[in-house]
Design a protein around this ligand. Structure first.
Ligand code: PLP
Length: 299
């Protein structure tokens, strides 16, 4: 699995407020359309699937899942077939651009009824693929230990030791990877990871990271703006300004909310001017290219 290291660059975005030393790690550039952190999370799954001689990657996702498309693309690029159970039996491979892309990469799309999707993932896999020795199962959203392991590389790639790392957090798999890597590397002992919850599940995320008891790192709540993929005009304006000021695309679903948290922490004085901050751009461009999102900025 070829995930090259991504670049770290100085970030100049007046809309964030006054801060001298702010950097951005461009995991969004690892792949043109697929979330950087999804590549990182798939890395060890692909190696494991290869080692076990598997031929088919099976996973789970909502109709707008970055992980689904990432799995479809990674599978195609590495000689695997792929399939995905999709939440909602009203969906088809043509329903939106996420599903269309996944399908284009050769993924078998299997829409399932919502309650069945929620409660019977193991059974679904067994029912459809249990008899197939070549099938390898990857959790919804690419959650899990093997996925976090791939994220750990990020810390080793950093050209500096930041006081703070901010990133968008949903399943806390990325957070666990960052926190584990920091724990293993004494140089980063004082670095605080600020994992910005993009949906209302901060408590669940806190449970997943609690064993890493990481100093002043935290899962942050209060930046969800009502929940997953929910936005408001203030956030949309901020996203628009950031993109126009930097030439770097962000989306209002993940990275926009994490950058918003940086802005708010600078405003409140919680982030002192002398601090070095790293923003981890986790990618997620597909979310920006939906009608609903782009329609917001109609001239
Ligand atoms: C999936 C995703 C995240 C969340 O990563 P987790 O490991 O689930 O916390 C953050 N940013 C983007 C762009 C994503 O696609």
């Amino acid at each position: 699995m070829n995930t090259q290291a991504s670049e770290t660059q100085p970030l100049r975005a007046p809309c964030l407020g006054r801060l001298e030393n702010i950097y951005i790690k461009r995991d969004d550039l690892i792949h043109p359309i697929i979330s950087g952190n999804k590549w990182r999370k798939l890395k060890f799954h692909l190696l494991e699937a290869e080692r076990l001689n598997k031929k088919l990657l099976v996973t789970f996702g909502g109709g707008y899942s970055n992980h689904m498309v990432a799995t479809a693309c990674a599978a195609a690029a590495h000689g695997f077939k792929s399939a995905c159970f999709v939440r909602g039996d009203e969906l088809q491979a043509e329903s939106n651009h996420f599903l269309q892309l996944a399908h284009l990469y050769g993924m078998q799309i299997i829409p399932v009824e919502r309650s069945k999707y929620r409660d019977f993932k193991k059974e679904l896999f067994e029912e459809y693929f249990g008899h197939k020795k070549e099938a390898y199962c990857i959790d919804e959203g690419g959650a899990g230990d093997l996925s976090s392991l791939g994220v750990e590389d990020i810390i080793g790639e950093l050209p500096m030791v930041p006081d703070y790392i901010y990133h968008a957090s949903a399943t806390a798999t990325t957070a666990v990877g960052l926190l584990s890597a920091i724990q293993k590397n004494p140089k980063f002992n004082a670095t605080s990871v600020q994992s910005i919850a993009v949906l209302k599940n901060a408590e669940e995320q806190q449970l997943k990271t609690a064993h890493l008891g990481a100093g002043n790192s935290q899962i942050r709540e209060g930046f969800e703006m009502g929940g997953y993929a929910k936005t408001n005009n203030e956030l949309m304006e901020f996203v628009r300004t950031f993109i126009a000021e930097t030439g770097i695309l962000i989306d209002p679903i993940y990275t926009g909310k994490a950058l918003w948290a940086i802005k708010k922490d600078i405003e409140s004085g919680q982030l002192g001017e002398d601090k070095t901050v790293l923003f981890l751009h986790t990618g997620g461009m597909l979310g920006l290219f939906s009608k609903k999102m782009l329609g917001h900025w109609k001239p």
